[in-house]
Design a binder for this molecule. Structure first.
Ligand code: F6P
Length: 372
C-alpha cells in the first residue's frame, strides 16, 4: 500500500477542496492507497500536524471554498520561528520519513513549487498540483482558482457599470493578479471595462485620461478602468526596474541595505497607486472618480464548475502518477489534456501576459484603452 501525504500552501483559492477530494478518492478507491493531510502548508509538515483523509472527511467538500487543511505562506528554508527565520527543511524530511510516506503532494502556486523542489533535492518524492487565482504558474495552461476569480471579478466590473453610469463617474477597480495581468485583462474584457491596465504594459496616465475624455465627447459620461494590482505607470515601472537592478548589483556589497530600503520605499508607494491614479484622472478629466479595491472577495466562496472539474481532473491525475511512481512532476493542464511536467523545468519561472496575446489583441480591436 502506498502512503501519500498532501498539503495546500500559499494563498487559498476556490477549488482546493475539490482537488483534495479528487486526489484522495482516486488514491483510496481506485488504488487502495492511504492518505494523510498536513495542516497549514509547510508549517504543518514541520510541526507534524496531520489528519487522516478518508471517505468521511473527503465527502461533502467539493463545493466548499478555501481548504479544509488550512494554508500558510511559510517556506521550508525560511520558516518564521520566534522572531527568526530558520531553515527547517531537514525537520520536514524527518517527518515525511516518520510517516513512511511514498510521496508528498503539494498543491500550490509559484512559491509552493519552489519549496517542493527544495524538498525534492533533499531526497523526498513530490508531485505538485497547480493552483493560483493569478494564472501565473509556468508550464500549465490553467490553474485551479483562476476561473472562479475571473467570474467574481467580471461580476464586479459588470455591477460597477450601473452605478458609474448613474453618477457619471469614473470607477477605477483594482483587481488581483500579483505581478501579472491575467485576471484584470480577462475580467476587464469579459466585464466590458473601457480601460484595462496590466503590469506587462506600463501605462501613461495621460493616455487613459484622453480615452475617457474621448468617451465623454461621444456622449458617454462614465468610464470603468480595470487596473491590475501590479500595474504601473511608465515612470514608476522604469524607476522600479532600475531599483531592482541596483539591488541585484549591490547584493554582496555595502550598498545592499540602501538599495533594499529604496526598493521597499518604491513598493510601498506602489501599494497606493490605484488611489493615486483615480485622483489624477479626476484632475485630468474633470469627472468625479471613485476607487473599488476588490481584494479577498476574489478568492472566496464556492468554486466555479470549471474549477471543480479542473481540480477533480488534476487530483485524479496526480493519483495516477503516484500509482506509476512518476515523481518530481507537476500535473499540468495542457490544451484538452493533462500532462506531467518536470518540476525543474518550471521552478523560478512565471507566466506573464505576452503583449501580443490574443486577449490583448481582441481588447485593442474593440477599442479598449490599455494605457499605452
Ligand atoms: O497569489 C494570490 C494573491 O491573491 C495575489 O493575487 C495577491 O497579490 C496575493 O495573493 C495576496 O497575498 P496575501 O494572501 O498574502 O495577502
Amino acid at each position: 500500500t502506498k502512503l501519500v501525504g498532501v498539503l495546500t500552501a500559499g494563498g487559498d483559492t476556490p477549488g482546493l477542496n475539490a482537488a483534495l477530494r479528487g486526489l484522495g478518492k482516486a488514491a483510496i478507491e481506485e488504488y487502495g492507497m492511504q492518505i494523510i493531510g498536513f495542516y497549514e502548508g509547510y508549517r504543518g509538515l514541520m510541526q507534524n500536524r496531520t489528519i487522516r483523509l478518508d471517505g468521511s472527511n473527503l465527502s461533502g467538500i467539493l463545493t466548499r471554498g478555501g481548504t479544509i487543511l488550512g494554508t500558510s505562506r511559510d517556506k521550508p528554508n525560511n520558516m518564521p520561528m520566534g522572531g527568526q527565520f530558520l531553515d527547517m527543511t531537514d525537520t520536514m524530511v524527518e517527518n515525511y520519513k516518520r510517516h513512511h510516506l511514498d510521496v508528498l503532494v503539494c498543491i500550490g502556486g509559484g512559491g509552493t513549487h519552489k519549496s517542493a523542489a527544495k524538498l525534492m533535492k533533499k531526497g523526498i518524492n513530490v508531485v505538485t498540483i497547480p493552483k493560483t487565482i493569478d494564472n501565473d504558474l509556468y508550464g500549465t495552461d490553467h490553474s485551479i482558482g483562476f476561473d472562479t476569480a475571473l467570474g467574481i471579478a467580471t461580476d464586479a466590473v459588470d455591477r460597477l457599470h450601473s452605478t458609474a453610469h448613474s453618477h457619471h463617474r469614473i470607477i477605477v477597480v483594482e483587481i488581483m493578479g500579483h505581478n501579472t495581468g491575467w485576471l484584470a485583462l480577462g475580467s476587464g474584457i469579459a466585464g466590458g471595462a473601457d480601460v484595462i491596465l496590466i503590469p506587462e504594459i506600463p501605462y501613461e496616465t495621460s493616455s487613459v485620461a484622453e480615452a475617457i475624455l474621448g468617451r465623454s465627447r461621444g456622449g458617454k459620461r462614465f468610464s470603468i478602468v480595470a487596473v491590475s494590482e501590479g500595474a504601473m505607470n511608465r515612470k514608476d515601472a522604469e524607476e522600479m526596474k532600475l531599483a531592482e537592478e541596483e539591488l541585484a548589483a549591490a547584493k554582496k556589497t555595502a550598498n545592499r541595505e540602501k538599495a533594499e530600503a529604496h526598493l521597499l520605499e518604491l513598493r510601498q508607494a506602489q501599494a497606493s497607486s490605484t488611489i493615486r491614479l483615480a485622483s489624477e484622472l479626476e484632475q485630468l478629466t474633470g469627472l468625479e472618480s471613485r476607487v473599488t479595491i476588490l481584494g479577498y472577495v476574489q478568492r472566496g466562496g464556492t468554486p466555479s464548475a470549471y474549477d471543480r472539474l479542473l481540480a477533480t481532473r488534476l487530483g485524479t491525475a496526480a493519483a495516477d502518477l503516484i500509482n506509476r511512481e512518476q515523481y518530481g512532476v507537476m500535473v499540468a493542464s495542457r490544451g484538452e489534456g493533462i500532462e506531467p511536467v518536470l518540476l525543474e523545468s518550471i521552478v523560478g519561472r512565471r507566466k506573464t501576459v505576452p503583449i501580443d496575446h490574443p486577449w490583448v489583441i481582441s481588447a485593442r480591436k474593440i477599442g479598449t484603452n490599455l494605457g499605452d
